[in-house]
Design a protein around this ligand. Structure first.
Ligand code: GLU
Length: 290
């Protein structure tokens, strides 16, 4: 068996906070326990929010915290052509369709259906499932819109994808003490998820399963907030013929109001803590890694 490989995969759209530190330290501890490698992947597909200063900031913060990585750092923005190939392969099998709906249009369609008494099913993140408007477009209409340069995402045709599944879809879960269990996956709860965005030829979901396979990741360790996405990830792995790693979703560090920490909510960053004179070892012991 090859050596276990784990990855820490932050998105450089803000400075790292204690939640990231907890995730990085959990990855490092489990990699150590398994005698595995720990890789760093920078998930910078969101070109509008990525900043070079945030990339440098996360490298500095992780070094300051004392988390070290094996092998070269992988940056997703350098692999768009690979994701485009995977997207095109799925689209070629009619498992994806172009979607021209803006967010506002989707919200209006959902509101209209709800007004007529049809409650919108919601995905595990609480967003209404896409009502499938563009799934019904004719081939001619799609070609005309694409030729006219209409911006579009690519959505998974969830029903068509599930119809191609030839084996039970399962998630291999592992606990830090090594115990493994296999649980059924239920990707249908994501409906027709966006697999490639308008601006780049991938979404988080496609890039993450592609890269986990490309980097030979055997064990994925990430926050509980991404547990439900795993159902979709194992479906994509199955469709693309990629191996499926084992998963551990750790608890989240919360603020005093019980919310998970987030850059968007201005949670105190590791850089802020550092400038207040807090040491890496204080952070480690605060997070239970003394
Ligand atoms: N880039 C994601 C984040 O920062 C993590 C992705 C993953 O671990 O699968 O939340």
């Amino acid at each position: 068996m090859s050596r276990p490989a784990l990855r820490f995969a932050p998105s450089p759209n803000g400075r790292l906070h204690l939640g990231h530190a907890f995730s990085a330290l959990t990855n490092a501890r489990i990699a150590d326990d398994l005698g595995g490698r720990l890789l760093l992947r920078i998930e910078d597909i969101d070109l509008g929010r990525t900043r070079p200063a945030f990339v440098q900031g996360l490298l500095d913060d992780l070094a300051w915290l004392g988390v070290s990585f094996d092998g070269p750092v992988r940056r997703q923005s350098e692999h768009f052509s690979d994701y485009a190939r995977a997207r095109d392969a799925l689209a070629g099998r009619k498992l994806l369709y172009p979607c021209f709906c803006s967010r506002g249009r989707i919200a209006a369609a959902v509101a209209e259906r709800e007004a007529s008494g049809v409650a919108a099913a919601r995905d595990p993140d609480g967003a209404p499932l896409y009502p499938g408007t563009c799934r019904a477009l004719s081939g001619d209409e799609v070609r005309a819109r694409i030729q006219a340069g209409a911006p579009h995402t690519w959505r998974l045709d969830g029903a068509a994808a599930l119809a191609q599944v030839t084996a039970p879809l399962v998630i291999r879960r592992f606990a830090p003490d090594g115990a493994e269990e296999t649980v059924p996956a239920d990707p249908a709860r994501w409906g027709d998820a966006v697999i490639a965005r308008r601006d780049v030829p991938t979404s988080y979901h496609l890039a993450v399963v592609w890269d986990d396979a490309e980097q030979d990741i055997s064990h994925v360790v990430r926050g509980q907030d991404l547990a439900a996405a795993t159902d979709l990830h194992v479906l994509l792995q199955h469709l693309l013929g990629l191996p499926s790693p084992a998963y551990h979703h750790h608890g989240l560090i919360r603020d005093e109001t019980g919310d998970k920490l987030a850059k968007s909510k201005g949670s105190e960053s590791l850089a802020d803590l550092r400038s207040r004179g807090i040491t890496p070892s204080a952070i480690r012991s605060m997070l239970g890694f003394a």
